[in-house]
Structures are given as structure tokens and as C-alpha cells.
Ligand binder design. Structure first.
Ligand SMILES: *[C@@H]1O[C@H](CO)[C@@H](O)[C@H](O)[C@H]1NC(C)=O
Ligand SMILES: *[C@@H]1O[C@H](CO)[C@@H](O)[C@H](O)[C@H]1NC(C)=O
Ligand SMILES: *[C@@H]1O[C@H](CO)[C@@H](O)[C@H](O)[C@H]1NC(C)=O
Ligand SMILES: *[C@@H]1O[C@H](CO)[C@@H](O)[C@H](O)[C@H]1NC(C)=O
Length: 597
């Protein structure tokens, strides 16, 4: 509301009918009549006419008994819905919202809305549905003004709010409240797009889901959920996949956190029914204020409120099913195989998360007798290996330390920071992306494509962490959306951007929207450099920088360590298999079926 108020308050007589400034646009959809407005956006001095429809509710308010439950489809509008301002953000800490959007944050539990950006006179265009990032605890669609991407790329873009934190992902360790409400919200939004987007000029059979961080991970959860067949055709995953350690948990783990939350709020935790009923009576502000229930060590790799294996939306723990896609339940594998995938990471993706989680932990353990490097070699190695594989042995920790030592470089006081960053980044982002790309390339149906990128441009305006070089987590977002003013405060870029950065944005928007249209980033619009497919032999990827280049086999030795060496070394020592998840693994292949305790 604030942004419209800010622009239009001088015209008080018109408010809230901003239509005296912007021509209104009426759409008759299956969901009812919706009134948006015409606006313009410009990129490289070209003006685009784009219709905006903001804050459309796609589900009934998830309140009362619907808290901690699947969303309910929104009833058809009986009178025209005025889609002229963003809906509120889902409950989260206000500080984050304020970093991006000035003024008093608008937060409400009644937050399940989506926004549509469609070129004027759109007809049957490719559709791109955006799921924002924020570790499943923060974020909101209003940061991502997609007018420029829509106008420049001639695509319909939809951005979506979904439930976050304990409101979105609380789960009991039984069937009382199964979790994943945020994913169910997203699924309902995809269904809404399928049913209604034709009225806005989109092609319901040409939908690409794209997202960053938790949104990238979400795209993978959708890619293996069979009822999404027919709703989505391709996915773009930026800096996040379902097998990132921060993107999923076992139900028992979130069940434990849910009880801790209940105890903090004086709820009886004797039974899960009592727990959930009590938590439903608490104001959302109390749930958010008390959401941090884990210990420092708990939170190191795994935030509390994430998607869980519920046996329904998520049938298997992601890491091994992506490492060994042949063990994925067959319908899920078929769903993934039938999509085109464009996936990538930023070379500095791990910097921020390492700085705020692993670094303080490591520093707290440094003593006169124990250097930073000692902590990395003895503690961090074992801790990461155990987190990933459920067990480890000393020899593997030594080997990990060996693999991550830059033997040709002289040791300095910063060596331990570098080593910690390399381990953490691989674990949190790089290996999951690489393994997910391989899983898709391995299983894809004929005619389907896999593409991979590494975004390496350090923006002129980037916040810097001295020991973490490269492009930070989220740095590609402004380029994907064509530097919208809605991101200016959060990312700190200037009105006077460097020309080569604007040009990189143009290239990325071209590749992304080409991919949405054809499954191939190289057509229909001409591109400056042909992006070759990623396949298991070449492992080609695009280095996205102000100068583009094609490379292959990203981090090959370290990939070998995680995907071949460790599983093989642990085979004789530890039986990975855990019978937590539903479908039995294929016993013909060597499978450390699972993991993660
Ligand atoms: C119209 O577009 C301009 C520039 O893209 C933007 O600053 C403005 O907020 C938009 N107006 C509304 C009402 O969203
Ligand atoms: C829980 O109960 C204690 C003791 O009665 C009280 O001091 C505290 O404020 C309560 N906390 C909440 C969140 O209601
Ligand atoms: C460090 O090592 C010295 C000598 O071995 C020992 O006396 C001292 O207690 C140790 N300090 C700590 C904090 O472990
Ligand atoms: C490295 O650390 C040692 C011990 O803390 C310190 O004496 C030295 O000045 C540091 N060197 C540099 C280059 O910072």
C-alpha cells in the first residue's frame, strides 16, 4: 500500500482509485473479474507497456483452523477485484522487510496473494512464475517488480507470496500437522496460474517456475511432485536446490522444534493435537518472535522451519535421491525427467551464510592451543561429513582437509577463512547444484534439456566480505529482473549503473526468457554466445560475467570427493539405510539410501 500511497497521495481525490493516473485494465478470468492497471517500465531507454495486477488472493485466508493446514482454494470473486496494490508479506521478522522496503512493513497472516505482470496486448505468451528466496523464513513478492522482465522479454511473469517460518513449515512428528504448508501454497498458486493465466495473455501450457535460494529449492520440490505434471514445463533454479542441506529436514527434527516452540509459548506438548490446537490460538507475532528454537550447532547447516519428508508432497529425503536418481520413486523421477532445467550458482554464494553461522562458531572455539585451522581440520570436517552422511571416520576428515588445502599457496592468517569458506560453500550450494544438474541430465526424457551457469560478476555496488570473493548470494537477482527500483534499497545499486552491468542484465534476461519460451536459452532471440547443454560427459556451463565464457566440469576433484570417494569409503563402515521414507530403494544399485540424522 505504501508505494501507491507515496506516489498518489498528492492526488488525494483519486486515491484509492489510482486509475486517474494509470488506465485501468479489466480482465474476466475463471477466478472472477479482476481490475489491474497499465504502467510503463524502461530498460536501456526503451519503454515497455506492461499491465500490473497486484495482490490477487489465490487462497482463502489461512487463518484459524487453516493455520498449519493446506490452503483452501479462493472462492470466485463475486464482484470485480481491484488488483492495484501488493498484498502484505507473510509473517516474518519486520527487520528484513525494512531492509528492502522503506516505511512500516505491511505484514499479515492473510498473505496468500500473487501478482501478474503482462505486456500490453499479451496473447498466449510464455509464463514465468517466481518463488522468492529467504531460507523459507523471510521474503516477499513485492521486492520483485517484474515489469521490466515482462516487457523486455515479452513474457507474463507471476510473483507469489507463500507462508514462511513456523506458520509455513511447522510439522508434528506424526500425522497431526504434516508441514510443508508453504509448498502447498506454491502448488495452489501454480494451479491458479494454470486455470487463469490465459485471461491475462499467458499460455497455461508454457509455464516455467523460477526461483532463487529457497525459491530455487522450491522449484525442485515441485519438479518431483507428480500432480504438478501439466502445470509446469521447465524450471530455473538459482542458488538453491532441494538437496541443499538448509532446504529440507526429517519430520522428526521439525517435530522436535515444533514442541520446543510450544514449550516457549506455554502450550501443552503432551499430545500433538493439544500442541497444534494451542499454537493455533497464539497471535502470529508470538510465533515469529519465538521461532528460533534451535541451538547454534543445530542452526549451522539447518534452519528450523523447512520442507519435510511428509510422504505426500516430499516422498524422499532429497540428497541421496539426487545423487542416485535411479532410487527416486518412479513417478517423481518421471516428473523431473519431463522438465527442462536451467540451474546455477554464484561463485560467492557461501560467503554470507558462512560469515553469519560457521565463522562465529569456529571463532568461539579458537584457544591458545587450537588455531582456526585446527578447528577447521578437526571439527568442521567431521561435522559436515556427519551432517551429510550420518557418520564419518577420522581418515575421511583428514582426506577432506587434504582436498580443501591449497597446497601451492603460502599459509597466512586468512588461510583458515578460505578453507572454511570452500568447505561450507561446497556443502551448502555448489555440490547440491552440481549433483542436481547431473541427476537431471541423467534422467531427462528425450527432447528435454539441462543447462548450467556460474554467475561470477562482482557488482560495482556489492557489499563485500573481504575473504569471500566473487558474486554473493542473491547478487544475480537485480540482473534477472533488469534492475527494478523495488530492489534498489535492498541491493544498494545506484541510478547510474555501469553500462557493462546493464548489458549483462540484458543478456541474462534474454537467456532466461528464451529458455522459458523454448527450453533453449539460445533462441528465439539472438544471443551473444551460444550456451551449450550440460551433459554428463562435458558438464558444460556458462560463466556469466560482463564477459561471457563457456567452461566445463566445475570443481571436478571436489565433486569426485563428495560423490564417489566418500560414499565408497563409508560403504564398509556404515550402513546408511534408514527406513524413514516411503518407497524402498532399488536394491540392485549400490545406494547409501540415506543419511542425515
Ligand atoms: C509504475 O512503474 C514505475 C516505473 O517502473 C514505478 O516506479 C511505479 O511504482 C509503478 N506504479 C505503480 C502504481 O506500481
Ligand atoms: C509462560 O508462562 C510464564 C509463567 O507463568 C510466564 O512468565 C510467561 O510470560 C509465559 N510466556 C508466554 C509466551 O506466554
Ligand atoms: C594448552 O597447552 C598447555 C601446554 O600443553 C596446557 O598447559 C594448557 O592447559 C592448554 N590450554 C588449554 C586451554 O587447553
Ligand atoms: C597473524 O596472526 C598473528 C598471531 O595472532 C599476529 O601476530 C600477526 O601479526 C598476524 N599476521 C598478519 C599478517 O596479520
Amino acid at each position: 500500500m505504501w508505494n501507491i500511497a507515496r506516489v498518489y497521495l498528492p492526488f488525494l481525490f483519486c486515491f484509492p482509485f489510482i486509475l486517474c493516473q494509470h488506465e485501468s485494465v479489466h480482465v474476466h478470468s475463471n477466478a472472477g473479474n479482476i481490475i489491474g492497471f497499465a504502467n510503463t517500465s524502461s530498460f536501456k531507454s526503451i519503454m515497455y507497456n506492461v499491465n500490473n495486477f497486484l495482490g490477487i488472493p489465490y487462497a482463502e485466508p489461512p487463518l484459524g483452523i487453516l493455520r498449519f493446514a493446506k490452503p483452501v482454494k479462493k472462492a470466485r470473486f463475486t464482484q470485480a477485484f481491484s488488483a492495484i496494490q501488493y498484498g502484505p508479506a507473510c509473517p516474518q521478522k519486520a527487520e528484513f522487510s525494512q531492509q528492502w522496503i522503506p516505511g512500516k512493513p505491511m505484514i499479515s497472516e492473510d498473505c496468500l496473494t500473487l501478482n501478474i505482470f503482462a505486456p500490453a496486448h499479451a496473447h498466449n505468451l510464455a509464463v514465468m512464475v517466481w518463488f522468492h528466496g529467504g531460507a523459507f523464513v523471510i521474503g516477499q513478492s513485492s521486492i520483485y517488480d517484474a515489469s521490466t522482465l515482462s516487457g523486455f522479454g515479452n513474457v507474463v511473469v507471476v510473483t507469489v507470496n507463500y507462508r514462511l517460518g513456523p506458520i509455513g513449515f511447522l510439522a508434528t512428528d506424526d500425522d497431526t500437522s504434516k508441514g510443508n504448508y508453504g509448498l502447498w501454497d506454491q502448488h495452489m498458486a501454480l494451479q491458479w496460474v494454470h486455470d487463469n493465466i490465459a485471461s491475462f495473455g499467458g499460455d497455461p501450457n508454457l509455464v516455467t517456475v523460477f526461483g532463487e535460494s529457497a525459491g530455487g529449492a522450491s522449484s525442485f520440490f515441485h519438479a518431483t511432485y507428480p500432480p504438478n505434471k501439466g502445470l509446469i514445463k521447465r524450471i530455473i533454479s538459482e542458488s538453491g536446490t532441494a538437496m541443499c542441506p538448509w532446504a529440507y529436514s526429517e519430520k522428526a527434527t521439525v517435530g522436535r522444534y515444533s514442541k520446543l516452540l510450544g514449550m516457549k509459548l506455554n502450550c501443552s506438548v503432551t499430545t500433538n493435537v493439544e500442541l497444534v490446537n494451542c499454537l493455533r490460538t497464539k497471535p502470529f507475532e508470538e510465533l515469529i518472535a519465538n521461532a528460533q528454537v534451535g541451538t547454534k550447532e543445530d542452526e549451522l547447516y539447518r534452519p528450523e522451519w523447512t520442507p519435510v519428508v511428509d510422504g505426500e508432497f516430499v516422498k524422499q529425503l532429497p540428497p541421496d535421491t539426487f545423487l542416485y536418481p535411479e532410487t527416486m520413486f518412479s513417478e517423481g523421477r518421471a516428473t523431473l525427467a519431463d522438465l527442462d532445467l536451467l540451474i546455477g550458482i554464484n561463485d560467492g554464494d557461501g560467503g554470507f551464510i558462512t560469515m553469519v553461522s560457521l565463522l562465529p562458531l569456529v571463532q568461539s572455539k579458537i584457544t591458545p592451543n587450537s588455531t582456526g585451522l585446527d578447528i577447521i581440520d578437526n571439527y568442521v570436517t567431521n561435522s559436515i561429513l556427519t551432517d551429510r552422511f550420518g557418520a564419518t571416520v577420522d581418515l575421511l576428515a583428514y582426506t577432506m582437509s587434504f582436498v580443501y588445502t591449497r597446497w601451492s599457496e603460502t599459509q597466512t592468517n586468512n588461510t583458515y577463512l578460505q578453507k572454511m569458506l570452500d568447505m561450507s560453500s561446497d556443502y551448502q550450494f555448489f555440490m547440491p547444484a552440481k549433483i542436481s544438474a547431473r541427476a537431471h541430465a541423467k534422467t531427462q526424457s528425450s527432447g528435454r534439456n539441462t543447462y548450467m551457469y556460474l554467475f561470477t560478476h562482482r557488482s560495482s555496488y556489492a557489499h563485500t566480505i573481504p575473504w569471500a570473493p566473487g558474486a554473493g548470494h542473491g547478487d544475480e537477482l537485480a540482473y534477472v529482473f533488469g534492475f527494478p527500483s523495488s530492489m534498489q534499497q535492498g541491493l544498494n545499486f545506484k541510478d547510474t549503473l555501469q553500462l557493462d552491468e546493464v548489458s549483462l542484465s540484458e543478456k541474462i534476461m534474454t537467456y532466461w526468457t528464451n529458455f522459458a519460451k523454448t527450453g533453449n536459452p539460445n533462441k528465439p532471440r539472438a544471443v551473444p554466445l551460444i550456451w551449450p547443454k550440460f551433459d554428463l560427459n562435458s558438464e558444460y556451463y556458462m560463466d556469466l560475467n560482463t564477459g561471457l565464457s563457456i567452461k566445463s566440469k566445475m570443481d571436478a576433484t571436489r565433486t569426485g570427493f563428495w560423490t564417489k570417494f566418500v560414499p565408497k569409503a563409508l560403504k564398509g563402515v556404515h550402513n546408511f539405510h534408514k527406513s524413514d521414507s516411503s518407497s524402498p530403494p532399488n536394491t540392485n544399485t549400490f545406494v547409501p539410501s540415506s543419511v542425515l540424522g
